[in-house]
Design a protein around this ligand. Sequence first.
Ligand code: ADP
Length: 260
Amino acid sequence: GEPGLTEVRVATMADKPVRRILAVGSGKGGVGKSTLAANLAVALSRLGRKVGLVDADIYGPSQARLLGTEGQRPVAHESRLVPVASAFGVPVLSMANLLEPGQAIAWRGPMVAGALTKMLEGHWDNAEIVVVDLPPGTGDVQLTMLQKFKPAGAVIVSTPQDLALMDATRAVELFQKSGVPIVGVVENMAGYACPHCGEVSDPFGAGGAEAAARDMGQAFLGRIPLDIAIRRDSDAGKPPAAGEGSQAEAFAALAAKVSD
Ligand code: ADP
């Protein structure tokens, strides 16, 4: 069993195997939500779970870069998208795999919802868990997710600062109101990992997200330090969770909490 993750059947795929959608959300952008979604998916895969990843950040897709699948195109099979394979055991669908590099999207809400539906209705038949990297905030994509593809659980990412935490609280409320269980809160960029000695210091203070999670009655899943190696490897399409060392261990610890 998986406490916090109840089983759901994807409404439009009633004849397909049961799978769980795990939404990764945040109140605001730039807090590391996409980084966490990618690395959580990779870490879950390393734990032996069959994982897929949908990049629901339609206007700012980053999962092709993060999983090193840039330039790969998904094909359609029986008018459903076949996810692109990555080198890390996590197949992915992202608008970044569907657009030309640098191509901008100026879409209205219904088109965005249509793109999200296409990706979520892709060939995920082998995935036990589909991690969904949501756009920040509480807009059209979140509403489509909640109405049409209700997640089995949501992980909320925040940085330690007060303003980020206030926005994270709003994201938690949106899921709660819709009956989506919050698996827990992750604090990202929590402290600074010295590139020379690895020691973590706390320029922004520490414990803010943990206290905020407690105030909301939610689980605190752990913290990921601000670490140059995470930014560097992520930009290079090598998810730190796929490597060795303290970064991989931090993501593995989060995945274990989400998965058990
Ligand atoms: P979001 O999805 O919330 O907009 P991203 O995941 O795109 O945020 O992260 C924003 C930037 O911060 C990226 O350049 C990413 O590599 C970097 N980043 C995210 N988390 C960390 C971290 N723990 N340490 C260092 N850099 C990070």
